[in-house]
Ligand binder design. Structure first.
Ligand code: HEM
Length: 415
């Protein structure tokens, strides 16, 4: 047993730095899975919680949505920031969005857009996403064989896709990027809540304008669905509508971009896997699952128990909070054969919990997989010889994290 680690484990679990370095993360969480898989965590500046680190325990909690609620705690923020939020908004929730709702409200709100995010309507987006992927690879080639893949490519491609889904015009994308990075930087990041309320207000003002526009001239996009949505015959509330826009706008790009850049880095670091995928492009579906398992961009969500129960052998009391540690689940040797090996043809990759599980399973999971598949198919067909051209850098944040910088070199190929 690693004595320093076990002495300090509660602080390691909440330290944003742990999440900026995958070796530190996996060292700590492998230790937890082995020694204390449902670990009572009582760090200095945070309200205490159970860290749930095994695949089976996370699934058991998430499927039991009557006992384990999303309200009121969704993410890790300091107790001081939680109190500040409460003072400013009168609530411990960041916003009344899908992630903060429970049934029956959650089911009703999720049903508003679930068909839109299903396979059938995504089919109609495929051409637009493919055109975007071609444009993205054209730009990479125009950059002359070198770029910062995280900053120049993956920061934009998923953002553009989600803006097509929402119906936000291209000229407003930089604003969306800036606001959502401010928001994500605040949750679980080193800067705390600074700027968060400003970002919320700016988002709300923007989306109020979109609502007015879609009511006047409806289109075939998610914004129109939300602008005109009713539940039980009554229009949905303004706070819920704005929170819905925001979660769709914010949840879909830093996450997807982190799987794209992390997936490319893993291919560069594992040349035999890159060669395997190039030799057999039909592996792309499995490879995408593996990119997502490997990177697991969302590091946690919380649940709160409403009654006393047992999780992974621990007595959990009503009111206790539980942190679902997704990247840990995705290296669990009880589920994944040699979990620390990156394999594009891994048969068990689909069992990953990177999209969560149960009624809150990522609404955009099919969209994310579609985007990643289309972009990699285009890149691998038209670009050869990807190489690392500098040190990759990761963002230090305990909620959503991934590469902020991935300097690469490459050669335009056949396509
Ligand atoms: C690789 C990319 C992505 C990852 C890793 C990811 C991960 C997650 C996770 C872990 C959850 C919570 C699941 C749970 O509590 O069980 C979630 C929920 C959600 N995601 Fe994603 N996501 C990704 C892409 C997207 C995209 C492209 C969208 C587009 C709209 C999106 C929208 C949402 C929404 C709206 C929810 C809330 C669902 C609910 O509470 O019912 N995500 N996602």
């Amino acid at each position: 047993m690693d004595q320093t680690l076990s002495d300090n484990i509660d602080e390691v679990i909440v330290d944003p730095k742990t999440y900026g370095d995958e070796h530190s993360y996996h060292r700590a969480f492998s230790w937890l899975r082995e020694n204390d898989p449902v670990h009572w965590t009582a760090p200095d500046r945070y309200r205490p919680f159970w860290a749930v680190t095994r695949h089976a325990d996370i699934m058991a909690v998430e499927i039991d949505a009557k006992r384990f609620l999303n309200d009121p705690r969704q993410f890790l923020v300091t107790a001081a920031d939680e109190d500040l939020l409460f003072e400013q908004t009168g609530s411990r929730k960041f916003a009344d969005n899908l992630v903060a709702m429970d049934d029956p409200k959650h089911r009703a709100y999720r049903a508003l857009t679930s068909a839109w995010f299903g396979a059938k309507s995504l089919k109609s987006l495929e051409d637009e996403i493919a055109a975007l992927a071609r444009e993205t690879v054209d730009r990479m080639i125009d950059m002359g064989g070198a770029c910062d893949f995280a900053a120049d490519v993956t920061a934009w491609f998923p953002l553009r896709t989600i803006m097509i889904v929402l119906g936000v015009p291209r000229e407003d994308e930089p604003l969306m990027l800036q606001l959502s990075q401010k928001l994500f930087g605040a949750v679980g990041g080193v800067e705390g809540m600074a700027g968060m309320v400003d970002a919320f207000n700016a988002f709300n003002a923007y989306f109020t304008g979109i609502t007015a526009d879609r009511r006047a001239s409806p289109r075939n996009d998610v914004a129109t669905i939300l602008a005109t949505a009713t539940i039980d015959g009554a229009p949905i509330g303004e706070a819920e509508r704005n929170a819905y826009y925001l979660i769709v706008a914010a949840a879909g790009h830093d996450t997807t971009s982190s799987s794209i850049s992390g997936g490319l880095l893993a291919l560069i670091q594992n040349p035999a896997e890159m060669a395997k995928l190039r030799a057999d492009p039909s592996l792309i579906g499995k490879a995408v699952d593996e990119f997502i398992r490997w990177t697991t961009p969302v590091k946690h969500f919380f649940r709160t128990a409403v009654s006393d129960c047992e999780v992974g052998g621990q007595r959990v009391r009503a009111g206790d909070n539980l942190m679902m540690c997704y990247p840990s689940a995705n290296r669990d040797a009880a589920v994944f054969d040699r979990p620390f090996e990156f394999r594009v043809d891994r048969p068990d990759a689909r069992k990953h919990l990177a999209f969560g599980y149960g009624p809150h399973t990522c609404l955009g999971n099919a969209l994310a997989k579609l985007e990643i598949r289309i972009l990699f198919a285009e890149m691998l067909a038209r670009i050869d010889d990807f190489q690392l051209a500098g040190e990759p850098k990761w963002v230090e944040a305990s909620f959503v994290s991934g590469l902020t910088s991935l300097p690469i070199r490459y050669r335009a190929g056949r396509g």
